[in-house]
Design a protein around this ligand. Structure first.
Ligand code: NAI
Ligand code: MG
Length: 484
C-alpha cells in the first residue's frame, strides 16, 4: 500500500519571504509510519537559509506587517481560519499519513488549528494597554508592542495544531515568525503558506524552514535576530534551546511534556472514568504531552476497574490511520524502540505486565505499532512511573485512600496536567489546590480547548499557551510617563 498520491502538489522547499526556495543538497525523508515507507524527501535548510528566513521576518516586522492595522490583522487571521477549513479534508489526510495518527484525530486537529486563528483573530484589535494613576502632575500609560521575530520549534505529535497554537497569537500581537516543523512531520507546515497567502498575509511575516534539530533548529534558535522561541518537545532538547536563546537574551516558552496522573477515586462515575482513562492514554497512541499516562486508582475499586480497562483494550483495532483504527502506529522506529525499551526495563525492575507489552505487526503493514499496554508499577522509582514513554502504555499505581492518591500523583519531576474522577467536590478542589500541574481536569480528561491556558510546572516547562495567556509571550509592554 502506498499513498504518495495524497501528497502530490505539496511544495516541499523552504518558504522564505513569500517565495519557495529551491534547495540542492541535503534532504530528509518523511515516512508514513504505518507502512514504514518514505512519503517524500524534504530539502534541509541549513544556516544560510535560516539566516535569510530570520532576516525576512525582521524586515517584515518593521515593514509590511507593521503597516497592517490591528483590525486588518484580525480579518486576515479569520481568513486563514476559513482557508484551513476549506481544505480541511486534504490537510487531515496529509497529517494522518505523515504522523500516523487516526484520520478522525487528524480531522479534529485541523479544525482546532483553524479555531486557533479564529480565536486570536478576535483579540488582534483589542490588545490595549492601561493608564496608570500617578496624581495630577503626570500622565502614564502602557503600550503593547510586538516582541519581534519569533522562532517556533514544532514537535511531530501534533504538527499543525502546535504550529497554529504559537503562530496565531504571535501574528495577532503583530510579531512575525519562522516555523521549524519536526523532521518527521513537515508536510502540513509546508502547506500552511498557501492559506496565509490566500488570507493576504504579507511576504516575510511567516517563513517555514525544514530539517533536523541540529541542522535547522539549532541555527534558528541561536540566531541573534530571534526575540522569542516557542518550543515544544523533550526536556533535553528544551534545555539546549534555552541555552541557545540565553546566548542572545531571547525569551522562551517551554512545553516539555509530562507524566500526568489520572486519579480515580472509589466514588467516581465508573463509566466516565473508564472512558476518560482510555482517552487519556490511547489518543494518538499515547504520543501526547498531556497524556494521562499514570492511572492512580483507589484500592477498593482497582480490580473491577482494571478488568474493564483490559477488556476494552483487548478489543482495540489496529491499522493504517486512514482506516480509522483505535490505535495507529507510533511516529518512528526510534520512538517504537524507546517505548519497547522502557517497558522492558520496567518489567525487569518489578513492574507487572497486565496486558500488551510488545511490538505489533498488523496485517500487511510494516510500520511501527505497539500494543496498548498496562503496567502495574512496583516501586515509584520504576521508569514506567518516572519517565515519559510517549506511547500507548499506561502505568497503574494503587492508592490506599485520597491522601495516598495525592501523594502518588505528585510523585514525579513533571507537572503538566492532572486529572481526577470523583463525585466529592471538596476532594476534587483540594486535589486541584495541592497538585503541581499547569492544568487540572475534573471528571473529564482533556477538558478545555483553545480558550484555556496550557503549560507546565517543574520539568514540564514554563510559560502558557492557548487562551488570552498565550498572547503574553508575543508582546512587550512599554510604559510612557510624562510630567505635565
Ligand atoms: P525533540 O525535543 O528532540 O524534538 C522536538 C523538536 O525540536 C523537533 O522539531 C526537533 O527537530 C527540534 N530540535 C531537536 N534538537 C534541536 C536543537 N538542538 N535545537 C533546536 N531544535 C531542535 O524530541 P524527539 O527526539 O522528537 O522526541 C523524543 C521524546 O521527546 C519523545 O519520546 C517524547 O518523550 C518527547 N516529546 C515531547 C513532546 C511534547 O509534546 N512535549 C513532543 C515531542 C517529543
Ligand atoms: Mg512522516
Amino acid at each position: 500500500m502506498t499513498f504518495q498520491g495524497h501528497i502530490e502538489g505539496i511544495a516541499l522547499g523552504p518558504y522564505i519571504n513569500g517565495t519557495r526556495r529551491k534547495v540542492s543538497g541535503d534532504a530528509h525523508p518523511s515516512y508514513d509510519p504505518a507502512t514504514g515507507e518514505v512519503l517524500c524527501d524534504v530539502p534541509v535548510s541549513g544556516t544560510d537559509l535560516v539566516d535569510e528566513a530570520v532576516e525576512a521576518s525582521r524586515i517584515a516586522l518593521k515593514g509590511a506587517w507593521a503597516s497592517v492595522t490591528p483590525a486588518e490583522r484580525s480579518r486576515m487571521l479569520n481568513r486563514v481560519a476559513q482557508a484551513i477549513r476549506k481544505d480541511a479534508q486534504r490537510l487531515a489526510t496529509v497529517e494522518c499519513l505523515d504522523s500516523g495518527k487516526p484520520l478522525r484525530e487528524a480531522v479534529g486537529d485541523i479544525e482546532t488549528s483553524a479555531r486557533y486563528f479564529e480565536y486570536y483573530a478576535g483579540i488582534a484589535d483589542k490588545l490595549q494597554g492601561d493608564t496608570i494613576p500617578l496624581g495630577p502632575d503626570f500622565v502614564s500609560f502602557t503600550m503593547h508592542e510586538p516582541i519581534g521575530a519569533t522562532a517556533h520549534i514544532i514537535p511531530w505529535n501534533f504538527p499543525l495544531v502546535t504550529t497554529a497554537r504559537g503562530l496565531a497569537p504571535a501574528l495577532a500581537a503583530g510579531a512575525t515568525a519562522v516555523i521549524k516543523p519536526a523532521e518527521q512531520t513537515p508536510l502540513t507546515a509546508l502547506m500552511l503558506p498557501v492559506y496565509l497567502e490566500q488570507a493576504g498575509i504579507p511576504a516575510g511575516v511567516v517563513n517555514v524552514v525544514c530539517g533536523p534539530g541540529k541542522m535547522t533548529g539549532a541555527p534558528l534558535t541561536q540566531h541573534p535576530g530571534i526575540a522569542h522561541v516557542t518550543f515544544t518537545g523533550s526536556v533535553d532538547t528544551g534545555k539546549t534551546v534555552m541555552m541557545s536563546a540565553a546566548s542572545h537574551i531571547a525569551s522562551t516558552t517551554m512545553e516539555l511534556g509530562g507524566k500526568s496522573p489520572v486519579v480515580v477515586l472509589a466514588d467516581a462515575d465508573f463509566d466516565a472514568a473508564i472512558e476518560g482513562t482510555l482517552k487519556a492514554i490511547f489518543t494518538n497512541a499515547g504520543q501526547v504531552c498531556s497524556a494521562g499516562s499514570r492511572l492512580v486508582i483507589e484500592r477498593s475499586v482497582a480490580d473491577k476497574f482494571l478488568s474493564e480497562l483490559i477488556k476494552r483494550i483487548e478489543q482495540f483495532t489496529f491499522g493504517h490511520g486512514l482506516d480509522n483504527p483505535n490505535i495507529g502506529p507510533v511516529v518512528s522506529k526510534q520512538q517504537l524502540l524507546k517505548i519497547e525499551g522502557i517497558v522492558r526495563d520496567s518489567v525487569s525492575a518489578g513492574a507487572e505486565l497486565l496486558t500488551g507489552g510488545n511490538i505489533k505487526r498488523p496485517d500487511k503493514l510494516n510500520g511501527w505499532f505497539f500494543e496498548p499496554t498496562i503496567l502495574l508499577a512496583g516501586d515509584s522509582s520504576t521508569k514506567c512511573v518516572q519517565e515519559e514513554i510517549f506511547g500507548p502504555v499506561l502505568t497503574v499505581q494503587i492508592a490506599a485512600d485520597f491522601e495516598h492518591a495525592l501523594e502518588l500523583a505528585e510523585g514525579t519531576d513533571f507537572g503538566l496536567v492532572a486529572g481526577i474522577y470523583t463525585k466529592d467536590v471538596s476532594k476534587a478542589l483540594r486535589f486541584s489546590r495541592k497538585i503541581s500541574a499547569g492544568q487540572v481536569f475534573i471528571n473529564q480528561f482533556f477538558a478545555g480547548g483553545v480558550e484555556t491556558p496550557f503549560g507546565g510546572t517543574k520539568n514540564s516547562g514554563f510559560g502558557r499557551e492557548k487562551g488570552l495567556e498565550g498572547l503574553k509571550a508575543y508582546y512587550t509592554v512599554k510604559t510612557v510617563t510624562a510630567r505635565i
